[in-house]
Design a protein around this ligand. Structure first.
Ligand SMILES: Cc1ncc(COP(=O)(O)O)c(C=O)c1O
Length: 456
């Protein structure tokens, strides 16, 4: 090549959740049945899609316009429906929904943001939205995000800048809550930071942020002139009694974007249908121009897939939908309890009980991972060839990835190392998704046993 054609951010595109699949597949020749605990697809893991939802989709698929392009922003009726939903979210009284946090509140309750259909923008799944939100930011403008973080978000931010993703700490010793001092210090001393990203409920930790934490993010954004991106993929998968809010309910007059999707709550990940809710677009001309660039970028693609968008009002306005969401939340609450029980109380590893989303993350004590004889920890595997293969593949890899490889070879369980989530904490993420109750409990029990053996 006479010119270097590589984008400076190319090396930053990492998606460990799927990369681990390649490694798991390489074990096929030893005939190890893989238990896929890596990907957050409820349907793949056996959850049946509700018949009434399938009926709505079938009916829409019978209409000719479902086969047409939609407007670039998305189908107007669906955007009007979603905008009305945003506008119905109530103003929250913080003390009524969660325990107060010391000093975090300034006592002022801002009005919830109001939007119109023009503030809703559809994408082909949030994967597409994230690529645009970060891809069309000015190179030097950085977005501070959580660590650990869902890797699509952290990788997209890193790739857009060409540098490592800038992060603030989520603290496992404090229920995975964000370290708000860390957030503020990183914002104050780095004027490249133009925005803050949060994920609520969070992937990979399962944390749900109390209203006071959300208000604190808003306060910091307002103080330093930033915008907020809040990934609300799991907004309707909250359990464990945690009170929280949508960004629109606390943002006041700060510019912001919330990202929502059909993937996990319907669930319909194969629809590739997500949308951005833009708040206070006109509060800042630069933010307004940036939002316009997202729409212009989408226009080059014409539009996002029409059928799932057109199904949204029918599904979400159906009187069965609230019951559907409540039933699923209760189901994941039970599974979160099972996952927590299987991995809590083991010396050398800690787990926080998830309160939302579809995952749990366990964190190793780094001291427990170090092997006093310096040989590196292992798990028993049946075949000596496989053992040699894993010995070879684990040479020089991160300590948590080493555990993940041995776990795969020993048990067939495929989890994701926490180091794959822009995190320096060694650990792993697994899902609450296996729909077969016996199989899921067996997976969690095996996971607990494997951790005990590994650290023994
Ligand atoms: C936090 C978060 N954001 C975005 C996505 C992507 O969702 P979509 O299927 O809409 O692309 C996921 C998928 O797992 C996620 O966990």
């Amino acid at each position: 090549m006479r010119r270097d054609i590589l984008h400076p951010g190319a090396g930053k595109l990492k998606y460990e959740i799927r990369e681990i699949v390649g490694f798991a597949r390489s074990l096929e020749k030893w005939r190890i049945p893989i238990l896929w605990e890596n990907i957050g697809d409820p349907v793949k893991k056996g959850e049946p899609v509700a018949q009434w939802i399938k009926d709505i989709v079938r009916e829409k698929a019978g209409e000719d316009l479902s086969y047409a392009y939609s407007e670039t922003e998305g189908a107007l009726g669906s955007r009007e429906f979603l905008a009305a939903q945003v506008n119905r979210r109530p103003l929250l009284c913080p003390s009524a929904v969660s325990p107060p946090l010391s000093g975090a509140l300034n006592g002022v309750l801002a009005e919830p943001a109001k939007v119109s259909a023009g503030d809703i923008l559809f994408f082909n799944g949030l994967g597409d939205a994230v690529a645009k939100v970060f891809g069309f930011l000015r190179r030097e403008a950085r977005v501070l995000g959580p660590s650990p973080a869902y890797s699509t978000l952290s990788s997209a931010e890193a790739a857009h800048s060409g540098y490592e993703h800038l992060t603030y700490r989520l603290d496992p010793a404090n229920g995975w809550m964000p370290d708000m001092d860390d957030v503020e210090l990183k914002v104050r001393y780095n004027d490249a930071v133009a925005g803050i990203l949060l994920i609520n409920p969070d992937n990979p930790t399962g944390a749900v942020y109390p209203v006071e934490i959300l208000r604190e993010f808003v306060r910091i954004a307002k103080t330093y002139g930033l915008f907020i991106v809040c990934d609300e993929t799991y907004a309707n998968i909250v359990y464990g009694g945690e009170g929280t809010a949508a960004l629109s309910q606390v943002i006041g007059d700060v510019p912001g974007i919330a990202l929502r999707s059909l993937s996990k709550e319907v669930p319909w990940p194969g629809a590739r249908c997500g949308w951005a809710e833009v708040y206070n677009r006109h509060a800042d001309p630069c933010f307004d121009a940036y939002v316009r660039s997202l729409l212009d970028a989408k226009r080059l693609e014409v539009c996002s897939t029409s059928l799932p968008q057109l199904c949204i009002p029918g599904i979400m306005a159906d009187p069965r939908y609230p019951e559907h969401l409540a039933r699923r939340a209760a189901m994941f609450a039970r599974r979160a309890e099972e996952a927590y029980r299987a991995l809590s109380g083991i010396t050398g590893i800690s787990i926080v009980k998830p309160r939302g989303a579809l995952y749990a993350s366990a964190v190793f004590d780094p001291a427990a991972l170090a092997d006093s004889q310096g040989r590196g920890r292992t798990l028993p595997v049946k075949d000596s060839g496989l053992q040699e293969y894993i010995q070879e593949k684990t040479r020089g890899v991160e300590p948590d990835k080493r555990f993940v490889y041995w776990l795969l070879a020993s048990t067939g369980i495929c989890v994701v190392p926490l180091s794959g989530f822009a995190s320096e904490l060694p650990g792993f993420r697994f899902t609450l998704l296996e729909h077969d109750d016996d199989k899921r409990r067996e997976i969690y029990a095996t996971l607990g046993d494997a951790v005990r053996r590994y650290l023994a």
